[in-house]
Design a protein around this ligand. Sequence first.
Ligand code: UDP
Length: 258
Amino acid sequence: MTEASQATRGSGRPGTTGVTPRWGRVVLKLSGEAFASDSSDDTIDAHTVERIAREIAEASSELGVEVSVMIGGGNIWRGQTGAGVGMDRATSDTMGMLGTVINALALQDALERLGQPTRVMSAIAMSEVCEPYIRRRAVRHLEKGRVVVFASGMGRPFFTTDTPAALRAAEIEAEVVMKGTHSGVDGVYSADPRLDAMATRYDEISFMEVISGDLRVMDLTAITFCKDNNLPILVFDVMTTGNIRDALLGEQIGTLIR
Ligand code: UDP
């Protein structure tokens, strides 16, 4: 495919392994806290970032998956934190968005040290630091085998990075939003498995069941957006090594919402 405008769902490049993955183009939503580690006090744990980066790089080069990442900022700042102590919400959210840029640069650095070309595209213009988000350019990067890291979410306060992950996925015609969890809950359950030993994990569930059951796996705005745009969400544990690859290959990992 040579023209960004001709991108279709189901695209992807030939990988080096000859294996055909289930998903050809994806948006991986990573929480900022996925970059932290129990074994260090660092806001960004270099080993953890490298581990995730390695999996992303392998998905891109070996499987030929066109991988983009919407990175959160919760390890640095969340707008709600400031709003809760009286800060102006929009200012506090802007601080949160700037936190996502820090994480994006950390991920780009880790990916490029592994030899994986990567572009950070920010929804808030900061031309000295990274590219602005331009849809057609993002698609072009993916077609060329670059990983694209989306920073600054939507570029607007009053959102988290869940909704822009869904929005970018629709814009670039990704086939799935992969929502990586880091809390130990590896999918969508009938109840909170940390509180209820009888809770069972769904392999697959409908958008309506998630919405009507108030199963809080992602922001409701993001879930509704995905439902309206026929965009599946795969909720899976991103902290287990190998899960990104297995999920891309279509193995039974986590819960598919569609
Ligand atoms: N944020 C925002 N608009 C966006 C995306 C993020 O205002 O489009 C702010 C918001 O304050 C949010 C913070 O950035 O709390 C960090 O993002 P998020 O909470 O999604 O990070 P995560 O929990 O995924 O690490």
